[in-house]
Each structure stands twice: as structure tokens, then as C-alpha cells.
Design a protein around this ligand. Structure first.
Ligand code: 13P
Length: 263
């Protein structure tokens, strides 16, 4: 089986301070080189805390690693205490912005309409917008996961032009699968939902849908990563805890690539 491009990234959430982030990135770059990961068809990205971004930029600037922010205001400036403007993130030379992570939606009560404003603002400011979507355990139990995913996509990507789509990536992260209390989705379940997401993108954008990477996240670990990455419409993995040890993350990436090559 052939995949034209792989995507592997990590969200450092509210972990790792500046010096820890710098050490982590240095080790990740060294380890991926040691494992001879071919960056021609692998895009690696790291999304650390805001305070680490300027130092992180210095570390990744001559490397193939993309750097992103965990959130962003849709406004450029104004009376928005505590928010970060896209212009401020542009000053840092970032590649991407994550929008609508499950913890933003569920802990901080962000809505689909707010995520949409952020996606539109992110692409307008020339960032890749990594839109995170996923159903809660309750929504899954009610049997409405597909409807939830479809509405998160339809609202989240509303108003984008076909050209804007070049700057859109999707991360499917079932809320019940994320974090210390999460239970990883089975490979079959993840595959089925990635198909739902892909079909919805085709319905909205036709052929252009093929170019939108769809990553899986939620308790990805060295045991399940190889099987997940083999599935159709799983273009990459968005990893939390299992990526925070740089050596382990580099091994996970290299094992996934090998598995795909040999399949
Ligand atoms: P875990 O891999 O720790 O479940 O976290 C996933 C995640 O939230 C990535 O954004």
C-alpha cells in the first residue's frame, strides 16, 4: 500500500516549560536523523506552549519540523484580554495553528462557530489550520457520532474557498479516547470514522478533499500506531503522551513508516 505523505505531530498541552521544550526538540531532531526518517514524504510538527514558541523557533528553524500554536484569537487586535492575535503569531514565524482541540471545546466551552472563525482567520493569515474534531462518549452512546463529526466539519470549514483548503488539516480525536482516562479507539472504529470524515469532505469540496490530510489522535501509542497508520484515510497520527519522550516518538514514527513500506 502506498501513502504519498505522512503526518506525525504532537501537542505538548500545558506540559514542558521553555527549557524542557528546547531539550525535547533538540532530542527529537537528533533522534529522527539517527533513524534516517525521510522528510521528503513525512511532515513532522510540534505544538508547544505559547511561552516556549520563540525559543522553539530557534531550534527548529533549520529543520523540517513545523511549529504550531495551540490556539489563536480570530481577531487581529482589540479588547480581548488573555487572547493571542494571529499577527502576534505571525511575528514568531509559525507554520500552523491548532483549532478546536477537545480540551478547548470541552473545558473552555468553545463552539463550532467560534472554531470556524478561527479556521478562517488562520488561513487568511497564512497558517496551516489543524481543525480538531471528535465526538464525546455520550454522543457515541446515542449513536450520533457521524452526525457530530459531519456538523463539526460543515460548520468548522464553512466559507473556505477551494484554494484555502491547501492550508487545512483535520485531526479526528474522539473525546473519550484522549488523555490519561482515555481508551484508544479500535483500529476498525477509527477507520470507519475516517471514512465518514473523508466522505463529508468529498461532499463539500469534491476532488479537493483528497488533498486534506486526516490525522487520528487519542491514546496513540507504540502498540496501536502501526495498525492505525495502515488504514485508508488515516494520513497521520497526532500524539499526546506517547510522543513526549523524544526517543519514543522518533521510534514510533520510524516504525510506522517501515510498516507502511512493507505492507
Ligand atoms: P493522548 O495521546 O495523550 O491521548 O493525547 C492526544 C491529544 O490530545 C493530541 O492533541
Amino acid at each position: 500500500m502506498k501513502k504519498k505523505q505522512f503526518y506525525f505531530g504532537t501537542n505538548l498541552k500545558m506540559y514542558k516549560n521553555i527549557s524542557q521544550t528546547v531539550a525535547y526538540l533538540q532530542e527529537l531532531i537528533t533522534e529522527t536523523k539517527a533513524k534516517q526518517i525521510d522528510f521528503k514524504n513525512t511532515q513532522l510538527f510540534v505544538i508547544p506552549s505559547y511561552t516556549s514558541l520563540p525559543s522553539a523557533r530557534q531550534i527548529v528553524k533549520d529543520s523540517p519540523v513545523f511549529l504550531g500554536a495551540q490556539n489563536m484569537s480570530w481577531e487581529e487586535e482589540g479588547q480581548y484580554t488573555g487572547e493571542i492575535s494571529p499577527l502576534m503569531l505571525q511575528e514568531l514565524g509559525l507554520d500552523m495553528v491548532m483549532v478546536g482541540h477537545s480540551e478547548r471545546r470541552h473545558v473552555f466551552r468553545e463552539s463550532d462557530m467560534e472554531e470556524n472563525k478561527k479556521v478562517l482567520s488562520a488561513v487568511k493569515h497564512n497558517f496551516i489550520s489543524l481543525l480538531c474534531i471528535g465526538e464525546t462518549a455520550n454522543e457515541k452512546d446515542f449513536g450520533i457520532s457521524d452526525e457530530i463529526l459531519r456538523s463539526q466539519i460543515k460548520i468548522g470549514l464553512h466559507g473556505l474557498s477551494k484554494q484555502d483548503l491547501e492550508k487545512v488539516w483535520i485531526a479526528y480525536e474522539p473525546v473519550w479516547a484522549i488523555g490519561v482516562n482515555g481508551k484508544p479507539a479500535s483500529v476498525e472504529y477509527a477507520k470507519e470514522k475516517h471514512r465518514v470524515i473523508y466522505d463529508c469532505l468529498v461532499e463539500l469540496f469534491g476532488d479537493k478533499a483528497q488533498d486534506i490530510p486526516i490525522l487520528y489522535g487519542g491514546s496513540v501509542n507504540p502498540q496501536n500506531a502501526n495498525q492505525l497508520i495502515l488504514q485508508e484515510h488515516i494520513d497521520g497520527l497526532f500524539v499526546g503522551r506517547s510522543a513526549w519522550d523524544a526517543k519514543q516518538f522518533a521510534s514510533l514514527i520510524s516504525d510506522c513508516i517501515e510498516t507502511c513500506k512493507n505492507s
